[in-house]
Design a protein. Structure first.
Length: 74
C-alpha cells in the first residue's frame, strides 16, 4: 500500500478529505516540535529525524519511522 492509498483510507474512515488528513498530520507534527516542555527523550528523537527545514514534513517523518522500524526488525 502506498502513501496515497493510506491517505485515502484514513480520509474515508474519518469522513474527511485527503487534503484535511495531510493538513492535520502536518499540524500535529508542528505542534509536537514547537510545544514547550518537551522531554529530553522527545528532543533527542526529533533531532534525529532527517529534514530539509526546522520541522519535518509528513513524508520526512514517515520515512524516518519506517527506517526505525526496519532497523528494529534486524
Amino acid at each position: 500500500m502506498n502513501m496515497r492509498e493510506i491517505y485515502r483510507k484514513v480520509a474515508r474512515k474519518h469522513g474527511v478529505s485527503v487534503k484535511e488528513v495531510k493538513r492535520d498530520m502536518q499540524a500535529a507534527i508542528e505542534f509536537a516540535y514547537n510545544r514547550a516542555g518537551r522531554s529530553e527523550g522527545e528532543k533527542t528523537v526529533q533531532e534525529s529525524v532527517e529534514r530539509a527545514n526546522g520541522v519535518p514534513t509528513v513524508k520526512e517523518l514517515i520515512a524516518f519511522a519506517v527506517g526505525e522500524l526496519r532497523e528494529q526488525e534486524k
